[in-house]
Design a binder for this molecule. Structure first.
Ligand code: CP
Ligand code: NVA
Length: 302
């Protein structure tokens, strides 16, 4: 069987995603009972992180360990990917040692190049372009809190960034409406047209109230992502009206849940009142990164 990578949510079909979520629910149930199968027994994973990480790194390392495998945390100081040697050469060498590569870096093209040359599965743990593992955990959280995403409206507020684009990819495979509320200067780019041309329900609106109106999920992320923090001031100016606060949330569905991939910049894209309020599920969402990733690892490397 050819190896499978997970670089984008669209690497999985709708049916495979359905199986993935069922597996994640199953693995979460086992974890809660203190059990875990060991599909990664004897397997090693290189976890390459060129950007900081709390949730992604720890959930991958703990998840790999719970599934019986071993993880190696590698920063760019050790391998200097693409500098000390070419990305294809590093991919070929890593493939002789490990059974999978998890990578968080800047350039999505670098991750694609790594995956092309590696003979072992490669998992995208965030690039400037997308953050697919995050949105898999998010969808699992929606399934738990709302029963389904089917027919629901997810309002994504703020910067049209890597997380927003993974939401667009999710909408290309699953039956929900994605409404992105952002400024004209911070739109997610041409992926919106790709998704729409495929028939996905993806809307982009420039009015925050219109964006959240009747939404079942109100989602936000930092206004300036890692590697773009110099744009913080300018982003705050254009995105201020998209802050998830009590007033804006009052326009969503009365049973709406509030989500944030974290880390949050409290007082900017989300207020304390909302993040610590009764509609917030942000810490369930963080926990679900573990269960979602165990399912991804099991599906492509187990
Ligand atoms: N949400 C998320 O990916 O968090 P980290 O950057 O801490 O991994
Ligand atoms: N958009 C954020 C997500 C962090 C998990 C970033 O890339 O910094």
């Amino acid at each position: 069987m050819p190896k499978r990578d997970f670089l984008q949510i669209t690497d999985f079909s709708s049916d495979e995603l359905e199986n993935l979520f069922n597996l994640a629910v199953h693995l979460k149930g086992l974890t809660e009972r203190g059990e875990s199968p060991s599909p990664l027994d004897g397997k090693a994973f290189a976890c390459i992180f060129h950007k900081p990480s709390l949730r992604t790194r720890i959930s991958f390392e703990v998840g790999i360990s719970q599934l019986g495998g071993t993880s190696l945390y590698i920063t760019n100081q050790e391998i200097e990917l693409g500098v000390r040697e070419s990305i294809p050469d590093a991919a070929r060498v890593l493939s002789r040692f490990v059974d999978g590569i998890v990578i968080r870096t800047y350039s999505h093209a670098d991750v694609e190049q790594l995956a092309e040359s590696a003979s072992v599965p490669v998992i995208n743990a965030l690039t400037d372009f997308t953050h697919p593992c995050q949105v898999i955990g998010d969808l699992l959280t929606i399934k738990e809190h709302l029963g389904t995403w089917s027919g629901k409206t997810v309002a994504y507020l703020g910067d049209g960034n890597n997380v927003a684009r993974s939401w667009i990819n999710a909408a290309r495979r699953l039956d929900f409406t994605l409404r992105i509320g952002t400024h004209e200067s911070t739109q997610p780019g041409e992926l919106v047209d790709t998704a729409r041309n495929e028939g996905a329900n993806v809307e982009v609106v420039f009015d925050p109230v219109e964006a959240v109106s009747g939404a079942h999920v109100v989602y936000t992320d930092v206004w300036a992502s890692m590697g773009q923090k110099e744009a913080s001031g300018e982003r705050a100016n254009v995105l201020r009206a998209f802050q998830v606060n009590s007033e804006l949330l009052s326009h969503a569905h009365e049973a709406a849940i509030v989500m944030h991939c974290l880390p949050a910049e409290r007082g900017r894209e989300i207020t304390d009142e909302v993040m610590d309020g009764p509609q917030s599920v942000v810490f369930d969402e963080a926990e679900n990164r573990l269960h979602a990733q165990k399912a991804i690892l099991t599906m492509i490397a187990g």
